[in-house]
Structures are given as structure tokens and as C-alpha cells.
Design a protein around this ligand. Structure first.
Ligand SMILES: [Cu+2]
Length: 269
């Protein structure tokens, strides 16, 4: 699309992203128009009301109301952008009653910590194991409860997020320490990771990622390692995603306490 090239928008790979881009373009062009308009107006005013033509200042000022009308017009346009486009669009992504549900939905937890992302998948049973911050240790980085059988097949992937193309995805975003921000740029999705709470986002990827994946960034300045808090997003065909899930599943059926959730995908973690 020509207009996108003009602003150099990054690659788009989600269903709703077209609306986000449309809104960004509308706002950008509207602001560009306002910027140019006011610059021209100031230049005009400098010439028109120069001291050489008006040696004595007028304290009465303007008597017409066209500038007030213009200001009101700008306010109305901004309200339409915010209330008519921005809020409803964001609402479709974050409101609880609009979330896709059912067996077909891919669920992931994205857990931020200084300075890395861990992605938690529910495994073959489709249920996340219970997590408890008090159980977090070097061996059990998500704090999975070893007594909860739902967690025995859970998958942890450090730095790599895998998603299938064309499926609805719900991501629960949370943090273990400070505020981070999960930024999935090609999906036009961003959510803050708050310690002690879980925020959700949902989307449907429409494009397979390049072989080396897309970059996942941290969108909140979270400390000295912030710039290195990078991870990779791989959107693959469903078969490849399922194959990855299978290959990453924990090998031992019932791991002893402390080792629960450790998986083939997180060597050395
Ligand atoms: Cu961060």
C-alpha cells in the first residue's frame, strides 16, 4: 500500500492490525495537516501584523469568531478519533466478554522478568498448572505447583514464542518483578506486564513469520538491561506449531518437586 510506504509502517501480520494502521495513518495525517496549517497561519500573522504596518498594538483583538469555530472543529474531530475509533478498537482486544473461547483457541502466558521473557503453554491437557510466586526458584522459574497435575505437561519456552497462523490466540501477560511491556509489533499488539496481576490480549496472526522470527521487545523502560530484553516470535503453520509443542513437552511424566515444568525447550535455564 502506497500510503503505508510513505510512513514506513512495519510489516503487518494480524487480522485487526489493518484497523490499527488505519487509525495511526488518520491521526498522523490529521496532525500533519494541523501542523502545516498553523505554521502557514503564523507566517501569515507575522507578515500581516508586522510592527511596520501596525505601529500601535490593538488591545481589542479579533472580533470574528471563526477561530473559535475552528478550535471546536478540531476538538470534535479529536473526540471522534478517540471515542469513535480508538476506544472501540482497543475494547475489542481487551474486554473480557469479547474474548474468543473454545478448544480452538491457543492460550499462552507471557511472563516478564529482569531481563527476559518466558512463555508458558498449557501443554496437551489444555490447562495451565497452578502457579504461585512463593514457589519460584532457580529450577522452577514460573512457580508451578508440583502438586497440581495440570502443570505436569506444561511447556516453558524462554525467549521464543511460538504461535500458529490463522488461529485465535489469547495471551496472559504478567511480570515477576517490575513493569515490563510485551510488544508484538507485526501483530500490532502491546500489553503491559504488571507484577501481581495478569492482563490479557487476543489476536489472530495472519502471516507466517520469517525463518529467524520477529523481534519481541519490552515496551517499558524496566532497568539497565531493558534494551537487551529481546525475544523472538515465530508464527508457523499449525502442523509446525503442533510439532514444536510435542517436541517441547516435558519428557518425564511426573517430575519431582522443584523440577516441574522444566522442558526440553529451556536448556540450561
Ligand atoms: Cu522489561
Amino acid at each position: 500500500m502506497k500510503e503505508k510506504l510513505l510512513l514506513g509502517l512495519p510489516e503487518l501480520a494480524s487480522e485487526h492490525g489493518e484497523m490499527v494502521d488505519h487509525m495511526m495513518l488518520t491521526v498522523t495525517y490529521f496532525m500533519a495537516f494541523l501542523g502545516i496549517f498553523w505554521a502557514v497561519f503564523i507566517a501569515y500573522a507575522v507578515v500581516r501584523f508586522h510592527q511596520s504596518k501596525h505601529p500601535k498594538a490593538s488591545y481589542k483583538g479579533m472580533t470574528s469568531h471563526w477561530s473559535s469555530h475552528l478550535e471546536i472543529g478540531v476538538i470534535i474531530t479529536e473526540c471522534i478519533l478517540l471515542l469513535g475509533f480508538a476506544f472501540p478498537l482497543w475494547g475489542t482486544r481487551v474486554e473480557d466478554d469479547r474474548y474468543p473461547t473454545g478448544e480452538d483457541v491457543v492460550r499462552v502466558r507471557a511472563v516478564g522478568q529482569k531481563f527476559e521473557w518466558t512463555f508458558h503453554y498449557p501443554g496437551a491437557d489444555g490447562e495451565f498448572g497452578r502457579v504461585d510466586p512463593f514457589l519460584i526458584s532457580a529450577q522452577n522459574q514460573l512457580g508451578l505447583d508440583p502438586d497440581d497435575p495440570n502443570g505436569h505437561d506444561d511447556i516453558q519456552s524462554k525467549f521464543d514464542m511460538y504461535l500458529p497462523v490463522g488461529k485465535n490466540v489469547v495471551v496472559d501477560v504478567t511480570s515477576k518483578d517490575v513493569i515490563h511491556g510485551l510488544h508484538l509489533l507485526p501483530l500490532r499488539m502491546q500489553q503491559d506486564a504488571m507484577p501481581g496481576s495478569s492482563s490479557h490480549i487476543w489476536f489472530r496472526p495472519t502471516k507466517v513469520s520469517p525463518e529467524d522470527g520477529w523481534d519481541i521487545l519490552c515496551a517499558q523502560l524496566c532497568g539497565p538491561g531493558h534494551a537487551n530484553m529481546a525475544a523472538k516470535l515465530y508464527v508457523t503453520p499449525e502442523e509446525d506449531f503442533n510439532a514444536w509443542l510435542e517436541s517441547s513437552a516435558p519428557k518425564a511424566p511426573a517430575a519431582p518437586a522443584g523440577d516441574v515444568g522444566a522442558s526440553a525447550s529451556t536448556p540450561g535455564s
